[in-house]
Design a protein around this ligand. Structure first.
Ligand code: FAD
Length: 429
């Protein structure tokens, strides 16, 4: 609109996605479809699953399977994503997971974790392994262990305490005579653990020197292999639509072709999946933050106090404004990071961490503010806010506690060539 046509008192009206630039390629057509799926399918199913026990969520008759049936009808596959040019794939990936986070973050994480075995195998160029994994089967990423949480995400030991003793790993893989043998257990937090058909398992290597908590092996495990078993689905506070649980490996023996990374490449393999997973979290929780904002925005227009809609009270309008700007910031960062990492020759883990920390902290802050705007109604299960707050709270621990990501992220921002130590200067030359 030309300036001359502006109204004399201008006020721009934003659409459902705020200050969004025009989208690229398939994402442009797909965003509306995804929004409808998020609101009409994911949200009611996620809300119903939230009220069930963890055992009921994974039962054969559960709406969890109805969700997966509906998701498959969208035709979103790893192969389709990989076939797109990187600039379009980056935008589609971000929009897809934002919308899924807008619908239900637990189900969104279930989809994200599910894609990891096939997607990471493909990103590592192991199309032979990726081809073994059908698109209609569910994947998981077992990495953390009962005795090892934050430290498993850091094979470079950047976060480790200098006097720490990180002890024995709980899960070990041995490569021998053309085979890999996995033994031990992974934590109760494995997303999709109770239901997965495939796992991308990250564990320590049993080298000649004994189990090595720093080096490791990354192996694709068909979860119906002899020796794989699972614990009870975990009862937890948020993201209750997402089944989680322990996975046990009793000397699970696979051909060596199932190994995606041997010890020498383990740090590289963790870097790859951590960058992807943190970026995914960035998009999903930017979506949750927008959902919380939208609920509060609508409520603030409907709810009246003192004869006026509460948004007319300046404190409420101010809070809505701060929520709005935080959601815009988290969304912009998620899209920027994901687009960058899809196109960069070497994706930047520090950027993945930045979007994960920003979006999850934003989701929690915005959900908390939104609950406050709902007043007492925010506390009840009749309204969506208490669930969104619980879902958002889990995200600050998931995929690496935010404070640990910040420590590690800081080390990734260091430029050794600028540091004073003579040995570093020499190494950089
Ligand atoms: C919803 C959800 C989904 C998850 N999905 C998966 C999954 O799919 N697969 C999987 O394997 N795991 C998964 N996890 C596990 C998750 O990755 C871990 O919970 C997380 O990495 C933290 O590990 P921890 O719980 O053992 O905590 P700890 O590592 O025991 O940390 C406890 C506290 O100590 C602090 N701390 C620990 N070490 C340091 C340090 N060096 N410096 C400063 N502070 C430190 C932490 O910040 C934290 O506050 C999931 C968790 C959640 C909540």
């Amino acid at each position: 609109m030309a300036y001359s046509e502006w109204p004399s008192v201008p006020k721009a009206k934003l659409g459902p996605w705020g200050a969004q630039s025009p989208l690229l390629g398939p994402a442009a057509d797909f965003q509306d479809v995804l929004r409808k799926f998020a609101v009409n399918t994911m949200r009611p199913l996620g809300t119903a699953l939230d009220k069930l026990t963890a055992e009921e969520v994974v039962a054969k008759s559960s709406k969890f399977w109805e969700f997966w049936g509906e998701f498959r009808k969208l035709g979103i596959t790893v192969d389709a994503l990989m076939a797109l040019p990187p600039d379009e794939a980056g935008v589609l990936f971000a929009v897809l997971f934002e919308e899924f986070g807008y619908g239900d973050s637990g189900l969104a994480i279930s989809v994200g974790a599910s894609t990891l075995p096939k997607y990471i195998a493909a990103r590592m160029g192991r199309m032979d392994l990726a081809a073994k994994i059908p698109d209609d089967q569910i994947g998981c990423w077992p990495i953390t262990e009962p005795d090892h949480g934050s430290d498993t995400l850091d094979p470079t030991a950047a976060i480790c305490h200098p006097t720490g003793n990180y002890g024995r790993p709980n899960c070990i893989a041995k490569i021998t005579d053309g085979k890999v043998i996995v033994r031990g257990q992974k934590s109760a937090w494995v997303s999709n653990g109770p239901v997965a058909d495939w796992g991308i398992v990250y564990c320590s290597a049993d080298t000649k020197a004994g189990p090595d908590p720093r080096g490791g092996v990354c192996v694709i495990v068909p979860m119906n292999s002899p020796g794989v078993s699972r614990g009870k689905p975990l009862e937890k506070m948020g993201q209750r639509a997402l089944p989680q649980g322990e996975v046990f490996f009793d000397n699970v023996e696979l051909d060596i072709s199932y190994v995606l990374a041997e010890p020498k490449d383990y740090a590289k393999a963790v870097y790859m999946i951590h960058t992807e997973a943190n970026s995914l979290m960035g998009a999903i929780f930017a979506g949750l933050a927008r959902a919380a904002y939208d609920h509060a925005y609508e409520y603030a227009h409907e709810r009246r106090q003192g004869g006026v809609p509460i948004i007319r009270h300046q404190s409420v309008a101010t809070r809505i404004f701060h929520m709005f700007r935080k959601v815009e910031m988290a969304t912009a960062m998620a899209r920027r990071v994901i687009s960058y990492n899809f196109q960069a020759p070497l994706p930047a883990l520090q950027c993945g961490m930045s979007t994960k920390v920003t979006s999850t902290a934003t989701a929690f802050e915005v959900a908390s503010e939104a609950l406050q705007i709902f007043g007492g109604n925010g506390m009840t299960r009749e309204y969506p806010m208490e669930k969104l707050l619980r879902d958002a709270r889990a995200s600050m621990i998931e995929d690496g506690c935010n404070e640990v990501l910040a420590i590690k992220g800081g080390t990734y921002l260091m430029d050794e060539s600028k540091l004073a130590e003579p040995s570093n200067k020499q190494a950089a030359q």
